[in-house]
Design a protein around this ligand. Structure first.
Ligand code: 13P
Ligand code: SF4
Length: 323
């Protein structure tokens, strides 16, 4: 009889259906004074309906400055929470409440409190990829776009950095006068991509430059010509002299790279015959029908306790000031 494997409950959409839904979403956004924010790892058809596509830092800034009544956030949960913390009076909608970030869930507020007892003399720095409850416990937030720059400005000599060990090690190398205590969290898609796989790509494309996200394994970072956030990779890869760039980050970025500068070749691990690929399932959990239904019905509102919003806002605002 054969077997049918269904990857999701949603059927594939035809081009006409995609275009019809996109028009509807844009019409609803105008009617409801809603802004649609999307991360670069989102599906192309979702990026195309966004008012703004960016990295975590740029998206936080947009969420803080918008005068829209509704923010539809196409990204993972911690990004929606950050938007709610920075714009608490606005309605923030998350098209798929099940789309979390596995790394953000690798540390709890309780664990941070215990670490504080062990390191009372340290400043606590959290990657933006953390829950609102964890942010409420720390002194400063950073993103991959500003971490070394902002941490250099701190007066404290001892830093507890959480939860991303890869980003933490990369920052520690650039700030050698401080002691770093790192939490052992990681981003599964980035961290598990191996240096051997990068070597194979380099053998195949010897004249290509290598751009890497700092969530990658330190051995992968060592092989990079450039390390930076998604927006920083976008700038580097589209403007560097080399015609080919090997890009080690989530495949969603390829769409914007191609739009911004189609005259270069961007080599992502997914285009190769290797089993390794950098693909974030939870980012891809946001689909166009979900965006449409969420905005139409104003469901999936992101709600946080007032007290958490108040406490979590301080480290994020401090980051925005310092960067
Ligand atoms: P950026 O801030 O570089 O866009 O990264 C966000 C993220 O989750 C990367 O995995
Ligand atoms: Fe989290 Fe990694 Fe996905 Fe980014 S790519 S949202 S860090 S799991």
């Amino acid at each position: 009889m054969g077997v049918t494997l269904q990857m999701s409950e949603e059927k594939e959409l035809s081009r006409e259906e995609i275009e019809r839904l996109q028009k509807e979403v844009r019409r609803l956004a105008e009617e409801k004074n809603a802004i649609i924010l999307a991360h670069y790892y989102q599906r192309p058809e979702v990026q195309d309906i966004a008012d703004f596509v960016g990295d975590s830092l740029e998206l936080s800034r947009k969420a803080a400055s918008t005068d829209a009544d509704i923010i539809v956030f196409c990204g993972v949960r911690f990004m929606c929470e950050t938007a709610k913390i920075l714009s608490p009076r606005k309605k923030v909608l998350h098209p798929n409440p099940e789309s979390g970030c596995p790394m953000a869930d690798m540390i709890t507020a309780e664990q941070v409190r215990k670490l504080r007892e062990k390191h009372p003399d340290a400043e606590f720095v959290a990657y933006i990829n953390t829950t609102a409850e964890v942010k409420a416990e720390v002194d400063l937030c950073v993103t991959s776009a500003n971490a070394p720059r902002v941490i250099k400005k701190l007066s404290s000599k001892k830093i507890v950095f959480l939860p991303d060990q890869a980003l933490g090690q990369w920052v520690a190398k650039q700030v050698p006068d401080k002691e770093f205590i790192l939490w052992k969290g990681f981003c599964p898609p980035h961290f598990e991509f191996t240096a051997r796989e990068v070597e194979k790509l380099k053998e195949q494309y010897p004249d290509a430059k290598v751009a890497v996200h700092p969530e990658c394994h330190p051995k992968v970072i060592e092989m990079a010509d450039f390390v930076g956030s998604t927006s920083q990779i976008l700038k580097y890869a589209t403007s560097v002299e080399a015609k080919k760039v090997i890009v080690i980050t989530e495949v969603g970025l390829k769409y914007t790279l191609m739009k911004k500068n189609p005259n270069k070749e961007y080599i992502f691990p997914e285009s190769m015959n290797y089993c390794g690929t950098v693909y974030c399932c939870t980012m891809k959990g946001i689909t166009l029908p979900k965006v449409y239904e969420t905005l139409r019905d104003e469901t999936n509102e992101v709600l946080l306790p007032e007290e958490i919003i108040e406490r979590a806002r301080r480290p994020i605002e401090r980051m925005l000031q310092l960067s």
